[in-house]
Ligand binder design. Structure first.
Ligand SMILES: NC(=O)c1ccc[n+]([C@@H]2O[C@H](COP(=O)([O-])OP(=O)(O)OC[C@H]3O[C@@H](n4cnc5c(N)ncnc54)[C@H](O)[C@@H]3O)[C@@H](O)[C@H]2O)c1
Length: 343
């Protein structure tokens, strides 16, 4: 089996907790080197994984002849580090959000084409049981044609790290919007034609948005309703799927989570005459319509999370199509930029 010589840049929350252990355990990857300006983090990585550790990212690229660079540094460094990896002949797996701005994302895509390299963005929410369950409900058709998808991420938190500051590419539209917009567009189908967005800074200690309300409409007319609210002392349902013949809503916590479906079958619906006059016949104001509701529960525990690094191996080593095509991530970046313009 071909092993991909892999380097990781940025040993923070996601680099340290997710990428390093995943790469170390996957047979098709060789964790060759890491880079981070923090000597403490380099020492930790050396001790735990026995890898080459660099405070200077370019020195890592020059020395290590990597097949793949995983970029998990703060967002403001993504563009330059991605382009530099291409210049040294490596492919890139990049953390979301792809970049702080759309022109930066376009520069990266252009560089990818110019250097003939691969670029994929890590969108972990597409691997989750919740996303797969939502997809199977939509594809299963019980709810009828889907006209609206609602996605919420809600809590009350006084964010005080770099993600709270615009100068570092922070803010919750960039941070969690990169997940929610990607999930909804990939479920509803391309592309977004209308956008209405409201961004606020409420509880955060920085200057970037921590409350995002965005309503998007796709070309096929599906409404995508996104709430990312870090200043709400309540829990909004994470997923609501609205079809012409029923609704699914997520309930419960952790591995007890389920989608509850309420829907009817068209063949069980009784005919209902239309009265289009302005005076109700016989002053009867009820219409006696009884919807023959059916209920069903879809357990998230029945869906296995997709192992992302296996998908990476298929793309980077075996040349299979990307699990997350870069054009889809570019659309997420475009929509994000339009949401910001709405302010
Ligand atoms: N996919 C996800 O679910 C997910 C989750 C968390 C973070 N992220 C993304 O990952 C990236 C990193 O976020 P985090 O929360 O892990 O960060 P973090 O704040 O926990 O850590 C950042 C790390 O990057 C290092 N660093 C600082 N400047 C650097 C530079 N110039 N080059 C290389 N490393 C540098 C810091 O020393 C630190 O170790 C962000 O883009 C973020 O949006 C994605």
């Amino acid at each position: 089996m071909r092993k991909l010589r892999t380097g990781v840049v940025g040993l923070g929350r996601i680099g340290w907790r997710f990428h390093l252990p995943e790469i170390a355990k996957e047979e098709g990857f060789e964790l060759a080197a890491v880079a981070d300006p923090s000597n403490e983090r380099l020492a930790e990585a050396k001790a735990e994984y026995g890898v080459q550790a660099y405070a200077d990212y370019e020195a890592m690229l020059k020395k290590e002849r990597l097949d793949l660079v995983v970029i998990a540094s703060p967002t403001m460094f993504h563009t330059e580090q991605t382009i530099m990896a291409f210049q040294y002949g490596a492919d890139v797996l990049l953390e979301k959000p792809m970049a702080a701005t759309l022109p930066e994302a376009d520069r990266m895509i252009e560089a990818m084409h110019n250097h003939g390299r691969k670029l994929m963005v890590y969108q972990p929410h597409r691997t989750t049981a919740a996303y797969q369950a939502a997809k199977s409900i939509i594809d299963g058709g019980l709810l009828g044609p889907i006209y609206m998808l609602k996605k919420s991420i809600s809590r009350y938190t006084r964010r005080n790290d770099w993600q709270a500051f615009t100068k570092f590419g922070g803010g919750m539209l960039n941070n969690y919007g990169a997940h929610a917009i990607d999930e909804l567009i990939s479920l509803a189908g391309p592309n977004v034609k209308r956008i209405d967005a409201h961004l606020r800074k409420i509880a955060s200690l920085g200057d970037a948005d921590d409350v995002v309300k965005a309503v998007l409409e796709t070309e096929s007319g599906v409404v995508l309703d996104i709430d990312i609210n870090m200043a709400i002392a309540a829990h909004l349902p994470e997923w609501v799927i609205l079809g012409e013949r029923g609704t699914a809503i997520i309930e419960g916590v952790d591995d007890q989570q389920v989608f509850k479906l309420k829907y009817y079958l068209p063949e069980e619906l009784k005919e209902l005459a239309v009265h289009d006059g302005l005076a109700a016949p016989g002053r009867e104001y009820r219409n006696f319509d009884e919807i023959p509701w059916r209920q069903e529960v879809v357990r998230l525990a029945d869906f296995k999370p997709i192992p992302f690094y296996e998908k990476c191996y298929e793309h980077y080593a075996l040349n299979e199509p990307p699990f997350i095509p870069i054009e889809q991530t570019r659309e997420v970046m475009r929509v994000t930029a339009e949401c910001r313009k709405e302010q």
